[in-house]
Design a protein. Structure first.
Length: 300
């Protein structure tokens, strides 16, 4: 087994997963219902198109009553196939304590609801924007910090059929189009990234709360995670320095859910929000595109 490549081990794991499901007489949809995942996601994991989270594999094994020997082989393939990706030992060791449970929960959630004020948050950030933000706050562990953010942003690609709903303040767009950056492409790249998600991602919705409809003041950024088993539903607040609270207490969750519903009721539609991003893109192109530079000139 150790001689197989990473991709080959993923394929072998997929074959075992299919065999176990077929032996129990379940369709992908039926297994997905039991696991809290959609049929397309089950298909992707069985076809080695995406990694399988260890916790999910444990559930898979339990539901299908996989024999201990086969279960051990599945876990060995899965552990090896993940070694070069998400669970890189060095980077996990360097990650802050808040990152692990949040990232695991974001992987498992069926629905992600996120409110953002002025700061574009983890899942929505481009790499250039990540770098600019971390450096602005004096972070010295930029490489690992960017790696953590990229893992969270990649969830949108790994699980496109889940529901992601983002509500941002209009001020987030204005800060992108007006704030100073040494690299004039950072803001343009970030706006285009948001626009691409808004226009093309099947599971993502991006909406903005305009100044003339929004409240005078809103609380800090927060994320609500909802699961197939709603007993696990939780919310957390996040700042530029990481997650400050990670709770599933009903009072905290209910408060954030009420705030979300209030903000959603006054937010622009998805189409109106996409148009706002297109206007921001045009604004940046007209005002931020640098003139032709000579080699060695500093970006301004």
């Amino acid at each position: 087994m150790s001689r197989l490549s990473v991709e080959a081990q993923l394929v072998e794991l997929g074959k075992l997963l299919v065999a176990a499901r077929v032996e129990r007489g379940l369709t992908q949809g039926e297994l997905g219902d039991a696991l809290g995942y959609t049929q397309p996601n089950i298909s992707k994991m069985e076809r080695a198109r995406t990694r399988v989270h260890p916790h999910l594999l444990d559930k898979w094994i339990d539901i299908l009553e996989v024999a201990p020997a086969d279960a051990a082989t599945m876990r060995q393939y899965n552990q090896a196939s993940r070694a070069d990706r998400v669970w890189n030992a060095r980077r996990l060791a360097a990650s802050p304590a808040w990152f692990h449970p949040v990232f695991e929960a974001e992987q498992e959630a069926a629905i992600v609801l996120k409110w953002t004020g002025e700061r574009i948050s983890g899942m929505l950030q481009t790499e250039d924007y990540m770098m600019e933000q971390f450096q602005a706050y004096g972070r010295t562990d930029v490489t690992d910090a960017v790696h953590e953010r990229k893992l969270r942003a990649k969830l949108l690609d790994d699980y496109p059929d889940r529901t992601y709903k983002f509500i941002l303040s209009e001020s987030a767009v204005h800060r992108l189009t007006r704030a100073h950056t040494d690299n004039p492409y950072v803001a343009l790249g970030q706006v285009r990234h948001l626009l691409g998600l808004a226009r093309n991602h099947p599971g993502a919705t991006i909406r903005f709360v305009p100044f003339d409809k929004g409240p005078l003041h809103v609380g800090p950024d927060f994320t609500i995670l909802q699961f197939a088993n709603n007993k696990l539903d939780r919310s957390f607040a996040e700042t530029s320095n990481g997650v400050q609270t990670f709770m599933n207490e009903s009072e905290t969750y209910d408060t954030d859910l009420q705030s979300w519903e209030s903000l959603s009721s006054v937010a622009l539609s998805a189409e109106e929000s996409a148009i706002l991003l297109e206007e921001a893109e045009a604004d940046l192109i007209s005002t931020r595109t640098p003139a032709v530079r000579r080699p060695g000139d500093r970006l301004r």
